[in-house]
Design a protein around this ligand. Structure first.
Ligand code: AP5
Length: 216
């Protein structure tokens, strides 16, 4: 399976990608997570990306394409991947198409996760992520189960993403409308787009996602 999950910040791309990866035996490739790892490691890329992310902008297309080229070359992506947060601009979509053509591995589908704006804001305000295992939770809708731990046996170390504050969220949504939404028509023209209602419980959204991916 070679899949792109498209949708506004907080639409549930990362959550559903994490759920899908074991079931389909393909990795979640989240450009946001890759950038946050670079920030935490203090690499040159991380230092450059940090300010852009904090202010809700987009990291430069050539940098993102380099990251994706390197990530998709790893052995675990040989039989497929779930792209979460990439592509986000027309240049990234074009670069991805070129890369996949070189590899001879075209996309199977692009799923647009459609969601009401007021729900997005609630989801982002309550999101917490585990610093150690990367799992995404929500203080109300998706807290860790009592006693639940990371794979290494330690308790989850939850934190709130610095870009989930109100001003940055507003900017991220504006950037999504301006730079990423045009990709909806792009992938519709290519016949790859599937739309799902991303409102509702985690299980409901997961079932809709699997339904649009099932062979006709
Ligand atoms: P990134 O990390 O990709 O952020 P995003 O696209 O803004 O998306 P989010 O991670 O905020 O939301 P999500 O849709 O994954 O929702 P989630 O599943 O967490 O990017 C961060 C930054 O990095 C960007 O702003 C940019 O600066 C940079 N960047 C990244 N990629 C880039 C690129 N390609 N080019 C340039 N720059 C790039 O869910 C949200 C919350 O809701 C969670 O708490 C979850 O538990 C909860 N939830 C999810 N589904 C449900 C449900 N059905 N019911 C109830 N609660 C739910």
């Amino acid at each position: 399976m070679r899949l792109v999950l498209l949708g506004a910040p907080g639409s549930g791309k990362g959550t559903q990608a994490q759920r899908m990866q074991a079931r389909h035996s393909v990795p979640q490739v989240s450009t946001g997570d890759l950038l946050r790892e670079a920030v935490a490691a203090g690499t040159q890329l991380g230092r450059a990306a940090q300010l852009v992310m904090q202010t809700g902008g987009l990291v430069a297309d050539d940098i993102m394409l380099g990251i994706i080229r390197e990530r998709l070359a790893r052995p675990d992506a040989a039989s497929g991947f779930i792209l979460d947060g990439f592509p986000r601009t027309q240049a990234q979509a074009d670069g991805l198409a070129t890369l996949l053509q070189e590899l001879g591995t075209p996309l199977d589908a692009v799923v647009l996760m459609e969601i009401a704006p007021e729900i997005l804001l609630r989801r982002l305000a309550g999101r917490r992520s585990c610093r150690r295992c990367g799992r995404v939770f929500h203080v109300e809708t998706n807290p860790p189960a009592p006693g639940e731990r990371c794979a290494d046996g330690r308790a989850h170390d939850l934190f709130q993403r610095p870009d989930d504050n109100e001003a940055t969220v507003r900017q991220r949504l504006a950037v999504y409308c301006e730079r990423t939404q045009p990709l909806i028509d792009h992938y519709a023209r290519m016949g790859l787009l599937r739309r799902i209602d991303a409102n509702g419980s985690l299980d409901e959204v997961e079932a809709r996602l699997e339904a649009v991916l099932a062979p006709a």
